[in-house]
Design a protein around this ligand. Structure first.
Ligand code: SF4
Length: 163
């Protein structure tokens, strides 16, 4: 709940989430923001209104799984890339250890995740630079992974561009 409230406040300050799950999260925040504004004008039932917002926030927070490099909004097992890759979409928990947040529609990346991705980029560059002649075949795959990391970083930067 603390993380969700923090990200909602970031949203209100124009600091957006990035990643494939960002649109869904922003839509949720927009809805909550509208309710907050409506309820601020409605003084007749403040307690009931706050309870409604709190309930929606709690429901959303209950599906959040915190990864090192992303947030996982585990809304639907059938859309969880980790479960799809593992062939078990009937699970009730994501497989965080198999998370591929750059490609999963339920993942978001935030400003706090940037250092992890930046370090990952640095290591990937070092690794690419050290590939010997005998491992040159690995080059294109490693290059593609580096580009994916750089795309995530660029999206995080663009999402926080208003800061
Ligand atoms: S791939 Fe990652 S973000 Fe997607 S459902 Fe699995 S753990 Fe969550």
């Amino acid at each position: 709940m603390e993380i969700l409230v923090e990200e909602f406040e970031n949203f209100q300050d124009g600091i957006m989430p990035a990643g494939r799950g960002a649109t869904e999260l922003v839509t949720f925040f927009e809805y909550i923001d509208e309710l907050v504004k409506e309820h601020a004008e409605d003084e007749t039932n403040v307690l009931m209104n706050d309870t409604e917002i709190l309930g929606l926030m709690r429901k959303r927070a209950s599906i959040l799984h915190v990864g090192l490099a992303n947030y996982c909004w585990f809304a639907e097992p059938s859309r969880a890339l980790c479960l799809i890759l593992a062939g078990s979409t009937d699970a009730d928990q994501p497989l965080i250890g198999m998370c591929d947040s750059a490609r999963c529609p339920q993942a978001t990346h935030h400003q706090r995740h940037r250092p992890v991705w930046a370090e990952h980029e640095r290591k990937q560059k070092v690794f690419l630079g050290q590939l010997g002649v005998t491992r040159k075949l690995e080059g294109p795959r490693q290059q593609a992974e580096l580009e994916r990391t750089q795309r995530v970083l660029a999206e995080i930067d663009a999402a926080g561009a208003d800061t």
